[in-house]
Design a protein around this ligand. Structure first.
Ligand SMILES: [Zn+2]
Length: 68
């Protein structure tokens, strides 16, 4: 039996580049690429909020449309 699995390690999609935003309204996590913003309330775990990003595809893959 030569069940050879080709080492096709397809890399996962690029993760969001998450930045923490401190504002008077609270804390937010925002992706620098797709500008997806999720609230990061006090007491919430960072990982929990980050996992919510995972459910959204980062649109950084598409080329940036120059809107200048
Ligand atoms: Zn993103």
């Amino acid at each position: 039996m030569d069940h050879v699995m080709s080492a096709n390690n397809s890399p996962p999609p690029p993760p969001h580049r998450i930045a923490i935003i401190m504002s008077p309204e609270g804390r937010f996590l925002q992706c620098r690429d797709c500008h997806l913003t999720l609230s990061f309330p006090d007491g919430a775990q960072y990982v929990t909020v980050v996992l919510q990003f995972e459910s959204h595809l980062c649109s950084s893959a598409r080329s940036i449309t120059s809107s200048v």
